[in-house]
Design a protein around this ligand. Structure first.
Ligand SMILES: [Zn+2]
Length: 410
């Protein structure tokens, strides 16, 4: 069957229904690990939109599918996340964070832009392709994105869904985003022997090693690689935790925390090896004097999904970058265009990290971003979604998904 992607005469997703769905989602708060009610509301919308294979997986990701007409055609996946960050003091919001108010041409509240508004637009935009898409369109919204991306990581590792390209709905203000730096949290743990501060001779003060560690880190930070699109990797110490915390005790345990914004391909074991080498060079290969010791490791966090799956995870989100001239990027920028102007969409990286670090940085699936909304409102108490921009974006999503498939098919 000849397939003609002429979206102006093509499917028209229902904007009002999408915004009603987004408002429902904003009224259901759900931090990472507490996404069950949000997931169930998303699955109900899938039912309403007649998606296929509707289910959640063992990690609590919401999965649905729009069937492709040609089993050999490439499949794409649209993706947003089910969790939001905390709202903080509700009094600090002009519009209450979970009321989903419509005012001044905007939808207001926690998640309006990051990411429940775009989640609703992607879902409705994808559903509008039923009966018109060559390849499958997976609609998968993941858990724990705000805490490192457990949901996307495990989803793609499981092979339950195998898309050939991914579209992520983190805000791009209508641009096509093609990557970002990743983030790793590294800990340098210094060990000594605790003792009363009145008798320093009987203790070994773990703080003694701090200057050497900071110096070693500074040397590594001064030689970070740069990526043409994403800029330099950066490394900076952000915290020093001391145990015991009492100020009249000489500590036996000091943890220096490093925030490392990494480029694609920088792996956690390489980061650790680099810091170990720099510290060894700084304090000498014989190690620190006396009873002092040190260790370099990834910071970890215990996470539990709403389905009961539990794991200890490194605080590590890979970076990724797709080439500007990748056929999917070129086709996407053409299909979206520039709002109110001629020519293709701007192509640029994001300033923040997304689940694309997993889909592209780790699983090598070409991944791009497109969504309405300005990045500066994310995670703030002024979070809002401009409704005109959202309506424009929704209209573009079906044609964007078809263009991505065409780009993949070459
Ligand atoms: Zn987000």
């Amino acid at each position: 069957m000849p397939f003609s992607p002429t979206p102006d005469h093509g499917p028209r997703p229902d904007f009002d229904a999408a915004i009603d769905f987004a408002r429902d989602l904003i009224r259901i708060p759900g931090l990472s690990g507490d996404e069950e009610s949000v997931c169930r509301r998303v699955l109900a919308e899938y039912e309403r939109l007649d998606l296929l294979d509707i289910r959640h997986d063992e990690w609590g990701n919401a999965i649905g599918r729009v069937a492709g007409l040609d089993p050999g055609a490439p499949a794409v996946m649209v993706n947003a996340h089910l969790d939001v960050v905390a709202a903080g003091d509700p009094e600090a919001w002009e519009h209450p964070p979970f009321a989903a108010e419509l005012a001044d041409g905007c939808l207001h509240g926690r998640g309006a832009m990051d990411i429940k508004g775009p989640l609703a637009l992607l879902t409705h935009g994808a559903a509008a392709l039923a009966g018109r898409t060559p390849g499958d369109v997976w609609v998968v919204h993941t858990v724990f994105e705000e805490r490192g991306g457990l949901g996307m990581h495990r989803l793609l590792e499981s092979g339950e869904v195998r898309p050939d390209a991914v579209l992520i709905g983190e805000s791009t203000h209508g641009d096509i985003c093609i990557g970002h730096r990743g983030r790793a949290e590294v800990e340098v743990v210094l060990k000594g022997r605790a003792g009363h501060a009145s008798a320093p001779d009987r203790a070994r003060n773990a703080l003694e090693l701090v200057p050497a560690v900071l110096d070693a880190v500074e040397r590594v930070a001064a030689h970070q690689p740069t990526d043409a699109a994403l800029g330099p990797a950066t490394l900076v110490p952000t915290s020093i935790d001391v145990l015991p915390e009492s100020r009249n005790v000489i500590p036996d345990r000091v943890t220096v925390v490093l925030d490392w914004r990494i480029l694609p391909g920088m792996k956690d074991e390489d980061l650790l090896a680099t810091i170990r080498r720099a510290i060894t060079e700084r304090i000498g290969s014989h190690g620190p004097p006396g009873d002092l010791g040190w260790e370099v490791r990834m910071a970890t966090e215990r996470q539990r999904t709403w389905t009961g799956h539990e794991e200890e995870r490194s605080v590590f989100m890979p970076g990724f970058g797709v080439a500007r001239d990748h056929p999917v990027v070129v086709a996407a920028a053409e299909a979206v265009g520039r709002r109110g102007e001629r020519g293709p969409a701007r192509v640029r990286p994001w300033a923040f990290a997304t689940d694309g670090g997993w889909s592209c940085g780790t699983f090598d699936i070409p991944t791009i971003g497109f969504a309405p909304g300005e990045e500066r409102h994310a995670h703030t108490n002024t979070e809002c979604l401009d409704l005109d921009e959202a309506a424009w974006a929704l209209q573009r999503i079906p044609r964007l998904l078809l263009a991505m498939q065409e780009g993949l098919a070459g």
